[in-house]
Design a binder for this molecule. Structure first.
Ligand code: SAM
Ligand code: SF4
Length: 314
């Protein structure tokens, strides 16, 4: 077997976030402006290019793939790409989505063994949902989450916690997690791209959210894998709750992820603007490029990044 991708700190690359588009049907205020501009579709990697790159990464130890964006379900060739990638020897394939279009894709996701769905849902209240996303799709998203659960998908809900916006909803989410039997994970607002504007005023730490939840529930720690981005708890109401504390409790020392943007830039870190383009490269050239990229992964969390989240692939 070819040599695995392990860096000087012993971090092995075994997960890839694959961005299919930077476009989106929502405009979450921390992610992109209302008048966001997007890359030309002519720049997109083609299905066969995704297949080739992911296939060779599987040979050097890639185990898990997550399709993301932008909103990945907006990519016109989503079905073709997902079905093609499902042929590869991946242990786990996931999708991160806002779920607006999810019902139309559940059948193909099943066929393509995309079993792990991370769904963004920042509020259970229609007014707040609109305030955050600039979309009126709360009812549709809630219905699609239920459909996905009923169809047997593993569903995790991502909630970006924001002071003064949705932090008063932690208890509602704890009840939602229990009632629907889904894991709800609170993400700290990261210092990335468009979020930089309001990050300091809206940031709320995982520790503060845990303290708030602790006033009503007992929290029991659950075991997670070493390179997991979240730390998880079972609440005394039975809910499964996690925290992704990238700001206050960065996990760079155990990070096992690379990211490939829709226009073919491979990045070793979400917080690094610089990456290497795999476009029009030969397999041999990519081998050398991967070795260079191993050395580009920071060990300590960079303070912030200006590059927009939707373009890197969240
Ligand atoms: N459109 C899909 C979605 O929203 O799930 C996938 C792409 S989105 C960029 C991936 C995840 O990143 C979402 O859960 C979103 O809430 C989160 N996200 C985006 N910007 C963020 C920020 N500045 N801090 C924390 N999470 C962020
Ligand atoms: Fe779209 Fe996801 Fe960004 Fe929201 S977080 S604007 S749903 S890409």
């Amino acid at each position: 077997m070819a040599t695995q991708l392990v860096d000087a700190h012993g971090r092995r690359v075994r997960k890839l976030r694959l961005s299919l588009t930077d476009k989106c049907n929502l405009r979450c205020h921390y992610c992109m402006p209302l008048d966001a501009t997007f890359m030309s579709e002519a720049k997109y990697l083609q299905p066969a290019e995704y297949f080739e790159v992911v296939s060779e990464l599987c040979e050097v130890g890639l185990e898990e793939l997550r399709l993301t964006g932008g909103e990945p379900l907006m990519r016109k060739s989503f079905d073709e790409i997902a079905l093609l990638l499902s042929r590869l020897p991946l242990k786990k394939i996931g999708l991160t989505t806002n779920a607006v279009l999810l019902d139309r894709h559940l059948d193909v996701l099943k066929q393509a063994r995309v079993e792990h769905l991370n769904i963004s849902l920042d509020s259970l209240d229609a007014t707040t949902f609109h305030k955050v996303t600039h979309g009126n799709h709360l009812a549709r998203v809630l219905k699609n989450i239920e459909l996905a659960k009923k169809a047997g998908f593993s569903v995790k809900i991502n909630v970006v916690a924001m002071r003064g916006v949705n932090d008063h909803e932690v208890f509602d989410f704890a009840e939602y997690a229990r009632n629907l039997d889904v894991e709800v994970r609170f993400l700290e607002l990261m210092r990335i791209g468009h979020a930089l504007e309001k990050q300091s005023s809206q940031f709320i730490s995982a520790a503060e959210l845990m303290k708030n939840l602790g006033t009503r529930y007992q929290l029991t720690r659950e075991v997670t894998s070493l390179d997991s981005t979240s730390f998880n708890f079972r609440l005394s109401n039975g809910a499964r709750i996690g925290f992704i504390a990238s700001e206050s409790k960065a996990f760079c020392g155990q990070c096992s992820r690379w990211r490939l943007s829709a226009d073919g830039i491979m990045r070793a870190c979400l917080f690094k603007d610089d990456g290497l383009s795999i476009r029009s490269t030969t397999s041999g050239e990519r081998g050398a490029l991967y070795r260079t990229l191993l050395g580009m992964k920071p060990f300590l969390r960079p303070a912030e990044v200006i590059h927009p989240m939707n373009a890197i692939g969240g």
